[in-house]
Design a protein around this ligand. Structure first.
Ligand code: FAD
Length: 357
């Protein structure tokens, strides 16, 4: 069973903001340290309420160093990154990759199998063809021939990750396979920052890398961290729902903000690998809560490919904590699984238990 509530208008890309950020005028309390910046073509914010060894400067330096390292591994926007060199490299010549990158690739492969190819980390040629990767946007709709040609290069069966002793080996069976981990990068970054903080003895933190959120413990008032799904209307800071992730990973994918219009048709950045085309259904946004933000980040994109009915059926089948926003004739409607309900403290239970149609 899923639940239904009317939800307001549109969602921005990564439409999650911390309550702290929404109360933008608030200064960090004396027991709270916050750093923020840009990475992976988007933003990040880290807030902690424990001391960090070396203070704020060390926190800032070490988080940024981690993110620079991740970009050097998995950014398809950097021609010198490891992934770009792998993509340009030859077939059937396994390349050693770092364990952190292997974890992301493995998640991509696992989620690809679980979702029967809805998530496909080799979908890059189609993403680029439609102008959502490092390549420029097309000035006309790609032809069926171009789409078919790009699709020949897609499929996780053409990608192999193996282990030899301590080494992780990545290989491809065709030379022009194009691995694209863009959809997983933010979730992976949230998890890696969380691991860094915990190694440094920080047990109370909130990490946001765009729509990928990890939290643990409490804020400077001693309360659990609360994250808002904002109403990204013209009303700045308007909240759609409040989530307490309680130490779990929370990730949101949306189709509403990252799109363009061509000849009167709207094209979103979520590509259905089965058709080779951007999705056109009414699912506007998908949020998932799982143990790690990496896994949540993989699943939210897959749900966005599936569309509302299939996504909700998949979530129920796998007992996932999922929150969807669907475009309707009247506006927008939020539906969520029973597993998501405990993370929505602001919902009044009688309202939240209204079954969806
Ligand atoms: P998500 O829903 O998390 O992912 C959607 C993205 O996944 C799509 O944009 C597409 O790339 C891909 N995708 C679409 N359909 C599928 C599918 N079926 N299966 C798998 N993947 C799919 N962007 C920039 O503009 N400039 C940069 O310099 C830049 N650097 C980056 C560096 C790194 C390391 C990473 C990981 C990403 C970078 N990006 C950059 C991309 C950008 O930040 C986002 O990752 C991207 O726009 C999608 O993120 P999202 O949260 O909007 O959507």
């Amino acid at each position: 069973m899923s639940f239904s509530l009317k939800a307001p208008t549109f969602l921005r890309r990564g439409a999650l903001l911390t309550m702290m950020l929404l109360l933008a005028a608030c200064q960090p309390s004396p027991t709270q340290t916050r750093i923020q910046g840009n990475t992976m073509g988007t933003y990040f914010v880290v807030t902690i309420t424990d001391p960090y060894p070396g203070g704020k400067a060390a926190l800032d330096q070490e988080v940024n160093a981690l993110l620079v390292r991740m970009n050097k591994e998995i950014s398809t926007y950097d021609p010198d990154s490891l992934i770009s060199r792998f993509n340009r490299g030859p077939a059937n010549e396994p390349q050693i990759i770092p364990a952190a990158m292997a974890r992301i690739v493995q998640q991509g492969i696992d989620a690809g199998h679980l979702t029967q190819g809805k998530l496909d980390v080799t979908v890059g040629p189609l993403v680029n063809l439609w102008g959502f990767g490092p390549d420029k946007r097309p000035i006309k709709r790609p032809s069926p021939e171009q789409i078919a040609k790009a699709r020949e290069r897609v499929g996780i069966d053409k990608l192999t990750l193996s282990r030899q002793g301590d080494d992780f080996l990545l290989a491809k069976s065709i030379p022009d396979l194009y691995l694209d981990l863009s959809t997983l990068g933010e979730g992976a970054a949230s998890d890696e920052i969380a691991a860094l903080l915990e190694r440094k003895g920080v047990d109370n933190y909130l990490i946001e890398v765009a729509g990928a959120v990890r939290s643990k413990g409490h804020n400077s008032q001693g309360n659990p961290w609360r994250v808002a799904i904002v109403e990204p209307s013209d009303r700045p800071g308007a909240i759609e729902d409040v989530v307490t992730p309680n130490g779990m990973g929370l990730s949101t994918a949306g189709s509403y903000r990252n799109y363009y219009e061509l000849d009167g048709q709207r094209y979103s950045h979520i590509i259905d690998p089965a058709t080779g085309e951007p999705v056109t259904h009414k699912l506007v946004s998908a949020s998932v809560i799982t143990q790690t933000t990496l896994e949540a980040d993989a699943l939210d994109t897959a749900l966005m490919v599936m569309g509302p009915e299939q996504a909700m059926a998949f979530a129920r089948q796998h007992h996932l904590a999922v929150y969807l926003i669907v475009k309707t004739e009247q506006g927008f409607e939020a539906i969520f699984t029973p597993e998501f309900a405990p993370y929505l403290p602001a919902r009044e239970q009688p309202e939240a238990s209204r079954p969806s149609t």
